[in-house]
Design a protein around this ligand. Sequence first.
Ligand code: ACM
Length: 537
Amino acid sequence: MRLSRLLFQCLFCFALLVIFSQCADNSVPQIQFPKTDLAAVPLIPKPASVIATENAFGLDQHTAIYSGAGDAGLAEVAAMLSDYIKEQTGLEVPLNGANTAEIHRAVYLNLSEAMAEEAYELYISRDTVLVNAGSAAGAFRAVQTFRQIIPEASNDTLAPYPIWPLPSGKITDAPRYAYRGSMLDVARHFFSVEDVKKYLDVMAYYKMNVLHLGLTNDQGWRIEIKSWPKLTEVGGSTEVGGGPGGFYTQEEYQELVAYAAARHITIVPEVDMPGHTNAASVSYPFLNGNGKTPQLYTGTAVGFSTFDTRKDTVYAFIEDVVREISAMSPGPYFHIGGDESHSTRKSDYVYFIERVAPIVKKYGKRVIGWDEVATAKLDSSAVAQFWADEENATLAVNQGMQVLFSPAKKAYLDMQYDSLSVFGLHWAAYIPVDTAYSWDPESYVPEIGQENILGIEAPLWSETISNIAELEYLAFPRLIGYAEIGWTKPELREWEDYKNRLAAQLPYLTRKKIQFYPSERVPWGKPDSELPWYTEK
Ligand code: ACM
């Protein structure tokens, strides 16, 4: 296997030599690029190392992309790069094996077994761009860097055709955390497959790699379970405020999983229990443990629902749900919620979590739960998502569990930016864009060291938002900062530098039609009237 790959790479290098000997041919014009500075490109997340060499690679109609054919997933990454270039510039950049006489420059994707999974090196020189990556995921992250380096406008004075000069140099990069995520609460208000895909696109652009979907809550059950159809027929029929709700069929959910996987993003499904279960109990009342007759709920209170934790049939139900969802979720995690179970007796809560965790394990998944789950006895494969209680997070570490950082005071995307924000809540804090950026998981809880931190996740709860524009108001631009916290070492992060790089995202956000919140703390460089959410005073 290794030998055949080596052989392929030799043949590949030979093919490149042929191409470049043609480049040396006098018939190929030698373009004189103005001096460039790769280190000045406003990349987010900021890479570990950038060395500028002041020349440029001319992305143009004579460029092609090559990828090692034997390398798992690399051809798909190459195809995505070609699509991204087309979307951004209109250029049709061919993949492996195009007519070499027309090709003056090449982008080559290569795997390097010695490198960590998501690590990459990007060498940009006059006639080649070479990506070395630890895996297809690393190559995909490199492709996002490449996209961010492509200038917004072509230079039409260098040749009789448009050229997008990419500043030359070398970038060496790798993520700080293995888990860099966001959560969408599609239960309080439902969001369509198209909305979630748009969110995934932006997450990918900033190198995030996990989307946690809050699929169930008191107000709605949003994922089809074939063995329990009323969950969606009844439990999916409304949402906060009484709107029509909705749910993903299993086919739609799988479409989302595949769309995410193509972007090297893992979907983490959450079924919140034993509290936050009103929609399930309305659908199947035997599940209910709070002694009242459940009714569909469209308000925003929490803590009033619970499963009956002492009934075997409840665990048989949970096993069906875990089995069906796990079969469609190739990622390693299953999120069992476990937060705010205020109507469950403490002893029942612990009994419940300790009975559900082995069911999740049986279907091959690692348990994630909100930090309260650490009050139960769990093994070290489980993950506690720290959102509120440092004591719970510390309990998790004492059990050998990893902690996922989502402190509500810093990382909750549904918190208002300030008292004038038109959407969001403020029970944890107001979180302006600089506050969202200027903290670090490693120094947040003294008892929790770097070795115990799995990563960071920014949850977006949807009590106050009911469409994609409102979702984008809360998520952007803060999500971009969380992406950088997850990827970049803290010694390379600084708000005064970051805010300028963030402002430079305006063309991308505009191209993607993202209705971001135009915080006055960010120097966007445009009049308010040209930014989203502008209203005449
Ligand atoms: C939570 O915010 N209830 C996890």
